[in-house]
Design a protein around this ligand. Sequence first.
Ligand code: DGY
Length: 330
Amino acid sequence: MDKPKVFVTRLIPEGGLELIRRACEVEVWPGELPPPRQVLLDRVRGLDGLLCLLTDRVDAELLDAAGPQLKVVSNMAVGYDNVDVAAATARGIPVGNTPGVLTETTADMAFALLMAAARRIVEGADYVRAGKWHTWSPTLLLGYDVHGATLGLVGLGRIGRAVARRAAGFEMRILYFDPYCDAGQAPFVDLVPCCSLDDLLAEADFVSLHVPLTAETYHLIGAEALAKMKPTAVLVNTSRGPVVDSDALYEALKEGRIAYAALDVTDPEPLPADHKLLTLPNCLVVPHIASASHATRTRMAIMAAENLLAGLRGERLPNCVNPEVYAARP
Ligand code: DGY
C-alpha cells in the first residue's frame, strides 16, 4: 500500500521526523526560512498530511490548494493563530497543536526575561564588552528588586500558572487577570484575582502576558493599557507579538511611562534590525525562543508527529484544537 504523503515545512528535531519517516513519504522543506507562500501552495497539492510551524499561514486558500484528500494539519506549537481553524473545521480537517510539553520551558524564559529586565543584565553585559567598566560605582545600572515585588499575570493558563510557581519562590505578590480561568487550578501558590485588567496594570511592578492571540487579545496592551501601568513597571511578553501594540509600547518606553519591556515575541515578527524598538536601551528583545530548549523542542516535534500520524490513520488526534470535527463525522 502506498504510504501517505506529507510535507514538513521546516527541519524539525529528529525524534519527530524519524516517526514520520517510518510511516510516510515525507518531504521536508530544507530552507532556514519558511517556504514562501507560493511554494507552500504548490507543495501541499495532493498531500495527505501537513506538519507546519507558527510561521506558516494555513488558511482556506491553502487547504483548498491541498485538496479534499488532506486528512490532518499538525502545528508544531501550542499557539495556533497561524491556522484558520474554522476553515479547517468546515472541511472536516482536524488541527493538532503541542500543549503542555513546553509549559515549564516557556515559563523559565518568561522569568529569565523578567529578571534580565529588572536587573539590567543585558545592558550590564554590553557595558563590560564595550570596555566601559572602569570601577565599581554606587549608582551604576540600578534596577528593580524582583523579590517581594508584585507580579501581574495576564492570563492564567498553564504557562501563567508555571510562572506563578516561579514567582512564589521569589516571595512575589501575585495578581492575575483571566476571565476564563479560576485560581483553583494553581495549587500551593497564593494568587490574588483582579476584577479588571486595569486594576492589575495599576498595581503590578511586573506584567507578564500569557494569553493566546485572538480578536479579543489583539493589542490588549495598547496606549491606554500602558498608561495605566506604573512608570517603574516592566512588561514581559512571551505570548504573541500582536497582543502588544508596538507603536504604543515604543512611545511608552521612550517617554519613560513604563520602565522596561522584555519581549520574546514582537509585531512585526521577525523584528527588523532597524526597528525603532531596538533603538531603546530599555527594550530587550529575543527571537521567539521561549520554548527553545533541546529537550522541549524534541518533545514538541514528537507530539506534532504523533498528531500527524493519528490524523493520517483516521484516528482522533491526541491534541486536537477543533474536536468538533469528530462530532460531525458519522
Ligand atoms: C508556541 O508553541 O506557540 C510557541 O510560541 C513556540 O514554541
